[in-house]
Design a protein around this ligand. Sequence first.
Ligand code: NAD
Length: 358
Amino acid sequence: MTRKIAVLPGDGIGPEIMDQAVKVLKALGEDFEMEFADVGGVAYAHHGHPLPQATLDLAKAADAVLFGAVGDFKYDHLERALRPEQAILGLRKALGLFANLRPAKCFAELTQASTLRPEFVSGLDILIVRELTGDIYFGTPRGRRQAPDGHFPGALEAFDTMRYTVPEIERIAHVAFEAARKRGRKVTSVDKANVLETSQLWRDTVTEVAKNYPDVTLEHMYVDNAAMQLVRAPKALDVVLTGNIFGDILSDEASMLTGSIGMLASASLNDKKQGLYEPSHGSAPDIAGKNIANPLATILSAAMMLRYSFDMNEEADRIEAAVQKVLSEGIRTGDIMSEGCRKVSCSEMGDAVVAALG
Ligand code: NAD
């Protein structure tokens, strides 16, 4: 079965890191059809828009999108709709990507990069599953008005609306439970049900969905406690399921436990398992074109694509094991370099992962 991948390298270090991920995918010897297209600043420069129609059509027709990074300060003067970063929002909307998956995995060899003591993070492996299209970021009504009541009636006030429907909660909960089945079989659902109606509905709905997954353990946690547990005992967590605003904050907190931005993969999925896979970092214009960027976040994003869009767990394991092997051999790009290790370029790191695939 041929799997069609839309490859969108983008700007800055995007093309360099994408070359390495493509090299690794090709080395697996599987039946992938990869088609490249412009996105971001380079797309604006070539076609006058950061997400040209041809790129959008390709992404829609593909089984998955592998995305590098977009953005460059030279496009900062453009009106918002034409800025490179708008391409990501456009793709999310067009593909209906409602589930954001961000692993925070700390390789034993890189624990010194974390601000936490090694014993807290060595072997850490969390997956944050964040709802991406609802919650207070999109809820209406919202706006400004004269306060009708409250502490200062008549004063200018602003307001937003937190809201979730049952089907929205159900579909993200299913993503989390399915993901847990591919990992440690535990879901921690994070909410603020002691205060918020939205969170109480969230908790009730997740509890119902859990009945379909008797092999997965469910626990509920208040968001303030979750923020504490992430730095107190992060290794006790496996899959963390949460809404848009709590997930926004907790996923950044979790990712920083690992300390190294060049290692962090991410995925956004829709209900057809179509996904957009990208490193969590940006286009790093300061190091672009120098062949020194760390390609591992992009390579690990490709592994996520195999696991979550293609159900190719064995091949995903092979890539992750190869990355592990390369690190244990002391091979490092500059950003994760430490004493006694061998410093390599971006392309040499890609070659090393290919060689470690065995
Ligand atoms: P950035 O993530 O691009 O870079 C932050 C720092 O981390 C820089 O010093 C950079 O050199 C370093 N870095 C990032 N990725 C690295 C890698 N793979 N290997 C080694 N070092 C790496 O963030 P920024 O500098 O704030 O933003 C640069 C541009 O990227 C901006 O235009 C921003 O809008 C855009 N951006 C895009 C995305 C995306 O495409 N999803 C995400 C964040 C920022």
